[in-house]
Design a protein around this ligand. Structure first.
Ligand code: S3P
Length: 173
């Protein structure tokens, strides 16, 4: 008898600093799925870092690679996929994710998110004079897109394990 798969893949979406990677690893472990970080796969395939890709070829080029990487990864199954924060801006990425699994938005207020990302040097969108202002604007412009996810988890008062446990509970794994 073949074992039933509840969801072919679980796509974690959310802003930079939402905990997609940390929660994703714990969640994958809990439900026996593999964990995939598309940005890491993209960097390995490109032989370059996201920062360098942004500065040498621009954001559109990065977004093309991001969509291609997402598409390839989505052919697999039993994966928890920690998408990059900007994956939600392209409609075709939603088509890919909705076809290949379930989307989960890890939601947190900008103050919490910014506290986690303020010192990072590998996020090119925040390498500006006023990163908090930029982060606020970006989140404001994306919030309605993140809200398209099937499941929305308010992570503000939860630990990493707490978020993973909440997802397991709600999805009834
Ligand atoms: C981006 C988020 C990053 C990375 C790139 C662009 C964004 O991923 O894909 O720097 O547009 O929000 P994380 O959300 O994992 O930081």
């Amino acid at each position: 008898m073949t074992e039933e798969i509840k969801y072919k893949n679980i796509f974690l979406v959310g802003f930079m600093g939402a905990g997609k990677t940390t929660v994703g690893r714990v969640l994958a472990d809990k439900i026996g799925y593999s964990f995939v970080d598309p940005d890491q796969v993209l960097e390995e395939n490109a032989g370059s870092t996201i920062s360098v890709i942004f500065s040498e070829f621009g954001e559109d080029y990065f977004r093309d690679l991001e969509s291609k990487t997402l598409k390839t990864i989505s052919t697999g199954e039993r994966q928890v996929i920690a998408t990059g924060g900007g994956v939600v801006i392209r409609d075709r990425n939603w088509d890919i994710m909705e076809q290949a699994g379930l989307t989960v938005y890890l939601k947190a207020p900008i103050e919490v998110l910014f506290e986690r990302i303020k010192d990072s040097t590998h996020r090119p969108l925040l390498q500006v004079e006023n990163p908090l202002k930029r982060a606020r604007e970006l989140l404001d412009s994306r919030e309605h897109l993140y809200q398209k996810a099937v499941l929305i988890i308010d992570t503000e008062n939860l630990s990493v394990t707490g978020v993973a446990e909440e997802i397991v509970k709600v999805l009834n794994y």
